[in-house]
Ligand binder design. Structure first.
Ligand code: AMP
Ligand code: GLY
Length: 405
C-alpha cells in the first residue's frame, strides 16, 4: 500500500506509523503505537495529515479509524464496528445470515457446544476461533477425532473462547476484494491466495504463501458474486447503520451450489495485495481519498492487461515458530524486468537485510499472462532468498483447478 501511495503524483509527504525498515525507503517512519487511536489522531492533527490509510486489521479493530475520523480527517479503513466483520467470525456469520449472504451452515458457542457440533457434523467440519488469529485460527477436519482435537486446540488460544463449527464445503477458492465509500463499492480484480504452507495445498493454514491475479472469471460468475455477496453486504451495512469506508475482502469458495462466503476481512489480503495493486490502472491515493470522502463514483477499479504472481518467502519454522536472522537480498532483483520485491518481516542491519518475522518478503512477477508472471517471480527467487528460507514452488501452477505449469 505504501508503494502504491508513493507512486501517486498527488502525494506530497508519506508517513508510516510505525512502518518497517522496508517501508522506510518509501515513507518517513513515525515511532508511535498504531494501536493507540488517540496517539495516531494527535499526530495527524499536528502534521496536518490529509488522508489516513490503515493497512492491517489490528488498528482497525482498535478503533483508530473512528478516532481519526472524529478529528475530521478522511480515513480509508472502517471503524471498529465495521471491522468486526473480520475481528469476530461469530459477528460476521450473524451478519451473513441476517442479510442473506451465501455461507456455510455453522454453530457458534463455547468449548462444549463446539464439541457437540463437531459430533453432529461427524467430524466433517471447519473449526474456527472467533477472534483475530493472523490466518491461523481455522482447522479443516474430515474425521471426528481430528475435529475434537481441533476444538481443544483452538479453545486453548486467546482467539478461541468462542468457536464456530461449520459444515465442510469444497471447491476452488478466490479472494474478491472491493473498495467501499460508505454507500457504494467498486470491485478489484479477482485474485487467489495459497493458504496452506506446503506444495500441493498440504500442511497447516498460514496467513498466505502466494497469490495470483487475475483469476479468470466469466461474466455470469461475476454477476452472481456481485448480487449475492457484495450487493447484499452493502445493503446489510446500511441496514445495520455501519458506514464502511475501506476494503471489504470476501474469501469465497466456488462450490457446486454457487459461491459461498468463507470469511470477510476488513482490509486488503496479504499476499493478494502484492498481486492486485501492481495491476491497477488507477491512482491508489485518489481511490483511497474518494472512498474516505464518500465519493467513489465507479463500480469497478480499472486494471491493466497482464497478470501478476506473488510468492511469499517465509522463515524456517513458520507458522508455529519462525526463526529470525536469515539473510535476504532484495537488491538482487533490482533491474530485473517485471520483477518487484515487497518487504514484510525484514529488518536492516548495516547494509544487510535479515528475516525478522514469519513471512519475510514477497517476490512478485508481472507479465503478459499468469505463466509469464510466474516464470519471472520464480527466476528471481533464488537470487533474493537463500536455503535458510522457504517458499512454495507451485504458486500459480493451477488456477481454478486448471494447470498452468
Ligand atoms: P477462513 O479464515 O475462514 O477463510 O478459513 C481459512 C481456510 O480454511 C479457507 O481459506 C479454507 O481453505 C478453509 N475453510 C474455511 N471454512 C471452510 C469450510 N466451511 N469448508 C471447507 N474449508 C473451509
Ligand atoms: N491472505 C489472506 C488474508 O490476508 O487474510
Amino acid at each position: 500500500m505504501a508503494w502504491s501511495l508513493a507512486k501517486s503524483p498527488r502525494l506530497t509527504k508519506l508517513w508510516a506509523a510505525p512502518g518497517s525498515d522496508g517501508m522506510g525507503v518509501l515513507a518517513e517512519r513515525v515511532p508511535l503505537d498504531p494501536l493507540d487511536p488517540e496517539a495516531v489522531s494527535r499526530f495527524c492533527i499536528g502534521k496536518g495529515v490529509e488522508l489516513v490509510v490503515i493497512g492491517p486489521e489490528a488498528p482497525l479493530a482498535a478503533g483508530v479509524a473512528d478516532a481519526v475520523r472524529a478529528a475530521g480527517i478522511p480515513v480509508f479503513g472502517p471503524g471498529k464496528e465495521g471491522a468486526r466483520l473480520e475481528s469476530s467470525k461469530a459477528f460476521a456469520k450473524d451478519f451473513m445470515l441476517r442479510h442473506g449472504l451465501p455461507t456455510a451452515r455453522a454453530r457458534v458457542g463455547g468449548y462444549e457446544e463446539a464439541l457437540a457440533a463437531a459430533r453432529a457434523f461427524e467430524g466433517r467440519c471447519a473449526v474456527k476461533a472467533d477472534g483475530l488469529a493472523a490466518g491461523k485460527g481455522v482447522i479443516v477436519c474430515t474425521a471426528l477425532a481430528e475435529a475434537e482435537a481441533a476444538v481443544s486446540t483452538l479453545a486453548a488460544t486467546g482467539a478461541g473462547s468462542t468457536l464456530l463449527v461449520e459444515e465442510l464445503l469444497s471447491g476452488p477458492e478466490i479472494s474478491m476484494m472491493a473498495v467501499l465509500d460508505g454507500k457504494s463499492y467498486a470491485l478489484l480484480p479477482a485474485s487467489q491466495d495459497h493458504k496452506r504452507l506446503l506444495d500441493g495445498d498440504l500442511g497447516p493454514n498460514t496467513g498466505g504463501m502466494g497469490a495470483l491475479c487475475p483469476v479468470p472469471l466469466d461474466d455470469a460468475m461475476l454477476r452472481t458474486i456481485r448480487a449475492s455477496v457484495f450487493d447484499r453486504a452493502l445493503a446489510g451495512l446500511a441496514k445495520d447503520g455501519l458506514d464502511f469506508r475501506g476494503v471489504l475482502y470476501a474469501g469465497l469458495m466456488l462450490t457446486p451450489d454457487g459461491p459461498k462466503l468463507l470469511e470477510f476481512n476488513a482490509r486488503l489480503g496479504d499476499p493478494e495485495a502484492q498481486a492486485v495493486l501492481p495491476l491497477l490502472d488507477a491512482d491508489f491515493l485518489e481511490l483511497c481519498l474518494a472512498c474516505a470522502r464518500g465519493e467513489l463514483g465507479v463500480d469497478r477499479v480499472p486494471a491493466r492487461a497482464g497478470a501478476c504472481v506473488s510468492v511469499v518467502v517465509a522463515a524456517e519454522g513458520y507458522p508455529e515458530a519462525p526463526k529470525p536472522g536469515a539473510e535476504v537480498t532484495p537488491g538482487a532483483a533490482h533491474g530485473l524486468d517485471g520483477v518487484m520485491v515487497f518487504h514484510a518481516g525484514t529488518k536492516k542491519e548495516g547494509s544487510r537485510w535479515l528475516a525478522a518475522g514469519g513471512r519475510v518478503l514477497a517476490v512478485v512477477g508481472l507479465g503478459a499472462d499468469l505463466a509469464a508472471a510466474r516464470e519471472r517471480a520464480y527466476a528471481a527467487l533464488p537470487r533474493v532468498a537463500g536455503p535458510r528460507l522457504r517458499w512454495r514452488k507451485d504458486v500459480a501452477a493451477k488456477v481454478l483447478g486448471r494447470s498452468l505449469a
